[in-house]
Design a protein around this ligand. Sequence first.
Ligand code: ATP
Ligand code: MG
Length: 573
Amino acid sequence: MTNSNPESPVTPSQVASTPNNFLGDIIAEDVRTKKYGDAQIQTRFPPEPNGYLHIGHAKAICIDFGLADQFGGKTNLRFDDTNPEKEEQEYVDSIMADVRWLGFEWDRLCYASDYFGQLYEWALQLIKAGKAYVDDLTADEIRQHRGTLTEPGKDSPYRDRSVEENLDLFTRMKAGEFPDGTRVLRAKIDMASPNLNMRDPVMYRILHASHQRTGDEWCIYPMYDYAHGQSDSLERVTHSMCTLEFTDHQPIYRWYIEQLGIFPTQQIEFDRLNITYTMLSKRKLLQLVKENRVSGWDDPRMPTLRGIRRRGFTPEAIRTFVAAAGVSRTNGVTDIEMLEHFQRDDLNHRARRAMAVLHPLKLVIDNYPEGQEEFVEVANNPEDPSAGTRQVPFSREVYIEHDDFREVPPPKYYRLSPGKEVRLRNAYFVTAQSVVKDAEGNVVEVHCTYDPLSRGGNSPDGRKVKSTMHWVSAAHAISAEIRLYGNLFAKADPYDLEEGQDVLDNLNPNSVEILLGAKLEPSLANAKLEDRFQFERVGYFCLDPDSAEGKLVFNRTLALKDSWAKEQKKAGA
Ligand code: ATP
Ligand code: MG
């Protein structure tokens, strides 16, 4: 177990030891009763390499790695690569990098495809025991024979083939004698079982497709239910944690292990992470990428680990959030504001402060000597004195936010307006005197005077100002493109659909706003990709990889306002 950041507020094993973690309770009990003798606790994280990991996977990763770590055990990373048509090396590589970015290191790197040979041998064993048969029904016919929740299924006419015939046909399936879809191997269980998964589930299908690891060695591939439990068992996984949709698969998971008499891994289900305004499905996220609805898997609006990382989210905050969201035996929905709260909290402690003006308006200080410049000392992070201070240049012309000046101030407007005095943060008190307008009557420049005795932003005589504003010296400013992000979906529940609608119809048409003319303090020219900033009064930002020599691009990770914390306070939590 490694932790990417030694100053991380939460260690991975703390994630697993959150209160009400029934998974931890089960493992603790199994350790106490020596259910697995002296064997160590072994878990696995088993992604299918058919897309990039998303924040839902982060929950599974924290659980799989966190619990093993808590009990001194180990975790394998296993690729569930049994669908060659949908899987790619690109996804394998990104998944490994993302697990590491989240702060975890696996024990063994495994692939279900490593077990194809063993799985095939076991299939022969089941056929010989009269527990599996080759079925010539088409996929459609199999579906029709399966029955429904209220009606039992019907036996396939091929169900009673002899062991010899089944062995012959199955070995010929493997040898490539039959076209795709013409035959399958099925487990022979019970077509009247109340659990549809037990109605003679398909174990193998014919698929003449090249596999990214085994090439053309195989033209039959095992189904998930047949491959997963046996892979767990082969790795001597003690606790196989998965999401609730697999609860109905637990009987078939156990059936194979019992029939084969192999290591008895136990499957335990927990709730999927669902987040408001967010869609967590690799398949649908792939559609967003393919249809160019987003710029790629790492678009900062995507809930992929790549996306939220580019947006400026940190592994520490994601782990803290997952721990706080907890685990349960029923599915629920977590507010996106909660994720944002933990990210803000993390950034508040670590983000270096800087001044940036997103919508610049020039402020000219008429009584400040022309050509003069000076430097004011500014704390890099008031939350963290060890972050030190920096010198920020100040001169006769500065940029302030357009919103921070009103020629005719509305009631309770305490920022700059003609005749009003405000503080330029860490610099001076200034009083607005006059404005310059363009032909359309828009204010394009504000003229003011400053009080030289207020240097450092300190009141010279105890007089108070109601507002403190950020600014950037015009002569020293650097320009940048700023990207502001909103929710990718317009509805809290993206799956709340009208008749005939697709979930992508609920995309938020205004999920990104691009500002081209922002003015930044010069120290930001040295920003690096993993740096985190709080642009004072504006929000948390990070450099985007689209930046290049002479072209800076910053992403807004989050605005400053924390609505979740406020709600919690109101609710008395
Ligand atoms: P998707 O539908 O996004 O492809 P999946 O469940 O098919 O998800 P897998 O690659 O099979 O993706 O998932 C690997 C592991 O991550 C599984 O154990 C799965 O249960 C878990 N997982 C996937 N999505 C979530 C989620 N939203 N919350 C918690 N765990 C999840
Ligand atoms: Mg899956």
